[in-house]
Design a protein around this ligand. Sequence first.
Ligand SMILES: Cc1cc2nc3c(=O)[nH]c(=O)nc-3n(C[C@H](O)[C@H](O)[C@H](O)COP(=O)(O)OP(=O)(O)OC[C@H]3O[C@@H](n4cnc5c(N)ncnc54)[C@H](O)[C@@H]3O)c2cc1C
Length: 299
Amino acid sequence: MMTIRPRLGSIMITERLSMGSRSSFGTGGEAEYYTEPRTVEECLSALELAYRKGLPVTIIGSGTHLLVSEEGIPGLVISSMGMRGITIKGDLLEASPGETLDNVINQAIDHNLIGLEEIAGIPGTIAGAISVNAQANGRSISDVFFYADYLTLSGEMHRRPCYHEYFTKQNSIFSPDEFIISIALRLQPSKASAEARVRKEKYVELMFIPPCRRFSGEIFRDTEGMSAADAIRSAGLTGPSGFRAEFSEYQPNSIFTYPGCTPSEIYTLILRAEREVKEKLGIELERSITVLGSFRDLS
Ligand SMILES: Cc1cc2nc3c(=O)[nH]c(=O)nc-3n(C[C@H](O)[C@H](O)[C@H](O)COP(=O)(O)OP(=O)(O)OC[C@H]3O[C@@H](n4cnc5c(N)ncnc54)[C@H](O)[C@@H]3O)c2cc1C
């Protein structure tokens, strides 16, 4: 660990951090440099440092929807996990990017605001949820999105308001070089907070994954004509794959892994699905999961 003092203030940077500890797959090489700023000033310091050293920047949340290669990630990885805080005014909930979705939902219900219960149980941060437009049980985070503030990699701050039509299912209105630093959600006032809490817990239970398993979220976006899950099942891709990773019989658009699985095994399985779904069904699958680094195709 080293402390670097760019012009804007000090920031802790870890060199060569194993990304296995920062990804739900529990696998992946090292980030050349890694930092978890706690404030916007620290974000600006991190971006300034990357600029001065000519380092590429990768922005992540808590790593529940990332596949990192064995070779790791060159440059500076900035995780917004350390940026916490929620304020509520009327029906508007404003959250820092590193707040967990779970905490945002709990705080909302505590303040008699509902509308997020259906997506309860999705792991990860609120910024990660906005970035991928997290959805479950017919509800998307974009349904309640009001605006978000973000930094460009050159350190300019902007606000993006809720143009819902730009959000598509599991898709986002943010690009990889936009660092979300604050999110505002417009929720529904309700006195029925006890019912909302019960509803939330029901959805959390539905999402339960045994901790002994390494499970991913949805790997591909649904296509116009067919869900990605149906496409993967129809192409006969679920179950044993010859790798220590397989598409789940139960949730065909998710991958679970066995101990010792490498990132390239998972990556090769993703390539296989893309190739075989195209060949057998004529459908081009589009990735929802973020893939970082260079991989080997083990086919
Ligand atoms: C068991 C399991 C079940 C899941 N179920 C669901 C589900 O039902 N529905 C669903 O939608 N998802 C699901 N997911 C996927 C995942 O939990 C969500 O996509 C989550 O919102 C990602 O949040 P994160 O903080 O972990 O983001 P990360 O995985 O760290 O990053 C995901 C993407 O968000 C971007 N990002 C993160 N933070 C920022 C930021 N501050 N600024 C800009 N970009 C940022 C990253 O660049 C990356 O592209 C599941 C995952 C797992 C492991």
